[in-house]
Design a binder for this molecule. Structure first.
Ligand code: IPE
Ligand code: IPE
Ligand code: MG
Ligand code: MG
Ligand code: MG
Length: 358
């Protein structure tokens, strides 16, 4: 169990983040509908894990808190954009997020896509403008923050991981089409058209039939998963999860370290910690999709199974997944032990990831 002192600190940091996010939004002069859509998702709560990690990493390295505020806001903006897009009908097709109907349900798909785009660009404007409380960051630190955030958000990080996640899921659809249900989706060379690769059935009844007909999924290389060892599938999963979720979480730690001018050893330790809790975080997300409660989660559970997602509990089972996330949290705590007493909040936060119910 996390301590009441930790819970109080967490809530203090969240309050700082919420206030700074509101201030950033208040500055904008966007079209009213766009601002409304961005505000709807960004200010809907959420755990604020990534910005809190930026602030905690700054703190553990003895930094000035005001120097970390802009980066903390920026990573939450990138994360919120990723959620809006993740929920779109062309991706996970979800109706609830952060306890509310998803952005596209309320504002329509076009505005939801644009609200996401707007949050992504606002993130970089926020870091570059460096408007933290008494922020004293130099130009080269700001450039480094931008580099860390863009790498983690892009093709070798979150966006790349989302692509792999969808490909692992959609393999079943593509295979059913290859099996003759929709042969027109193949061109002369036998390549699936890009439309077929990303298209989900319009009709949910049809979709479930497709899954029932073809329960075994096909990997990127076209190999039938049933012929692949559990080790190979866990490696694939670990890559997907590390990219789609772990990269931003690890980046949060690095951003905080840069704002505190941490040395290389401190940065390395925080990176290791971030890598471990990032993977543990997505494993617990997969577990909560099975065991969680919609009200607490603020999103609908059971969606991974509906969509045929490749998940840790799906491959390793619930108990082994729990064990894996416990191991990762332990490794994370070991990585930051060098910070001595100052690591206590990071250790409790790692514990929070294991115990969370939302
Ligand atoms: C959900 O992230 C998406 C994943 C990367 C698993 P969070 O669980 O951090 O969502 P919020 O920010 O608290 O809403
Ligand atoms: C999403 O993973 C990761 C992102 C990059 C947004 P999930 O698709 O499992 O997240 P939830 O369960 O919808 O929050
Ligand atoms: Mg997803
Ligand atoms: Mg999703
Ligand atoms: Mg999930």
């Amino acid at each position: 169990m996390t301590s009441s002192a930790f819970n109080a600190h967490l809530s203090e940091l969240r309050t700082v983040v919420e206030a700074a996010l509101s201030q950033e939004l208040a500055r904008t002069n966007w079209p009213v509908s766009l601002k409304e859509a961005v505000e709807y998702s960004l200010m809907a709560g959420g755990k604020r894990l990534r910005p809190v990690l930026v602030l905690l990493a700054n703190e553990v390295c003895g930094g000035i808190p005001g120097n970390a505020i802009a980066a903390a806001c920026a990573i939450e903006m990138v994360h919120t954009y990723s959620l809006i897009h993740d929920d779109l009908p062309s991706m996970d097709d979800d109706d609830f997020r952060r306890g509310r109907p998803t952005s596209h349900k309320v504002f329509g798909e076009a505005l939801a896509v644009l609200a996401g785009d707007c949050l992504l660009t606002l993130a970089f404007e926020t870091v570059a403008s460096n408007r933290g409380l008494d922020s004293q960051l130099g130009g080269s630190q700001i450039a480094e923050l931008i580099q860390i955030l863009s790498r983690a958000a892009g093709g070798s990080g979150m966006v790349g991981g989302q692509v792999l996640d969808l490909e692992a899921e959609r393999g079943s659809l593509v295979r059913s089409e290859i099996d003759g249900r929709n042969a027109k989706s193949l061109d002369k060379k036998g390549w699936k058209s890009s439309a077929a690769a990303v298209e989900k059935s319009d009709n949910s009844a049809d979709f479930s039939t497709v899954q029932a007909i073809t329960p075994q999924r096909i990997s990127e290389s076209g190999q039938n998963e049933s012929n692949r060892s559990p080790e190979t599938r866990v490696e694939e999963l670990s890559r997907i999860h590390t990219m789609k979720t772990g990269a931003l979480i690890a980046a949060a730690l690095e951003l905080g370290a840069v704002t505190a001018q941490a040395d290389l050893e401190q940065r390395k330790r925080l990176r290791q910690y971030g890598h471990c809790i990032g993977l543990a975080f997505q494993i617990t997300d997969d577990l909560l999709d099975i065991t969680g409660d919609q009200i607490r989660l603020g999103k609908k559970p059971g969606r991974d199974a509906d969509l045929g997602k490749l998940t840790y509990p799906g491959v390793m089972g619930i108990e082994n997944s729990r064990e894996k996330s416990e191991q990762l949290v332990q490794e994370a705590c070991e990585a930051v032990a060098v910070f001595g007493d100052r690591s206590k909040w990071l250790k409790e936060l790692a514990q929070f990831i294991l115990e969370r119910d939302h």
